[in-house]
Design a protein around this ligand. Structure first.
Ligand SMILES: [Zn+2]
Ligand SMILES: [Zn+2]
Length: 297
């Protein structure tokens, strides 16, 4: 059954791309952490006494030196092509940064977290676009039909939900990391302790409540799931629309390797009339890599 073999290959291709994206995602995560670490360290060197950072030191009003540090940090992030949602948030952080040194250090943390979410956002966006395009080519429909499929991929409504959630998450993780770092500062931390909270532990030893890097690792794993979920969603939408255009009546669900019980059950429940067939991932679950295929007897 050539059809089924092709679909299994496609799933494998998608899984390989997921691995690739995880590597990129991890690099972005590491990059944001070192951004925060490096710039907080600069403030520590400026304000710490005997390697201790005290609340009174950081409650000082900001100086020209601080302002210049902030500008250098932001320049490093190269924000000119950031989405509006991110630019808006950066403006808010810049305002906070002007209050005092402590707030500026918090704003540095926020800018690093925000930069990480900007990367996540573009990773998901690129992936949806690429997988949508591949699915259209695979559909082998007439040019006019292909245009209709393109409009499914580019429909702004599709991106609104995940994108809005992602920016909300960026706010939450900004607050979370700021609070971890602030706690250290309020308790008069040593510089080493402060920097250590921005060094990730191995997964088994993670302490997301007290370690800022481990907290951001939660966001990293959320991003891994989101990429797969949205890639699956666009692929299923285009694939389903294409099969309808081609007059397909019945479809089967093909499981990803090592599929969960729910997905195996759904596949066994097939074939399904195309109009009542399960939507992936909505009727399966986030992070599902199963796909639909024309039912052949
Ligand atoms: Zn499943
Ligand atoms: Zn599945």
């Amino acid at each position: 059954m050539a059809n089924l073999t092709m679909e299994k290959l496609r799933i494998q291709e998608l899984l390989n791309q997921d691995k690739q994206d995880n590597l990129t995602n991890n690099q972005d995560y590491q990059q944001s952490l070192s951004f925060i670490r490096d710039h907080l360290q600069a403030f520590c060197y400026q304000y710490a006494k005997d390697n201790q950072l005290t609340p009174s030191e950081v409650s000082q009003r900001i100086t020209r030196w601080d302002k210049q540090e902030w500008l250098n940090a932001i320049r490093e992030l190269d924000t000119h092509d950031w989405p509006e949602e991110a630019k808006k948030r950066l403006t808010g952080l810049a305002k906070d940064a002007g209050i005092n040194v402590h707030h500026m250090m918090n704003a540095i943390v926020g800018a690093g977290v925000l930069a990480y979410f900007v990367h996540q956002h573009s990773l998901v966006q690129r992936r949806v676009k690429a997988d949508g395009a591949t699915e259209i080519v695979r559909a082998q429909v007439k040019p006019r039909q292909a245009n209709r499929l393109v409009s499914i991929v580019t429909d702004p409504d599709n991106a609104t939900k995940w994108s809005t959630n992602l920016w909300d998450d960026s706010d939450q993780f900004t607050r979370d990391l700021q609070s971890v770092v602030s706690k250290h500062i309020r308790h008069g931390t040593s510089v080493d302790e402060l920097i250590n909270t921005l060094v990730p532990h191995s997964k088994a030893l993670e302490k997301p409540n007290i370690n800022a890097a481990d907290r951001l690792a939660v966001a990293k794993r959320n991003a891994e799931r989101l990429i797969v979920t949205e890639s699956s969603r666009v692929s299923d939408r285009v694939n389903t629309a294409a099969m309808k255009m081609q007059g397909v009546l019945m479809v089967d669900v093909v499981n990803e390797p090592g599929a969960c019980e729910k997905c195996v059950g759904i596949a066994e429940g097939g074939p399904y009339p195309i109009d009542d067939a399960p939507s992936i991932p909505d009727d399966t679950h986030p992070h599902c890599r199963c796909i639909k295929v024309e039912h052949r007897v």
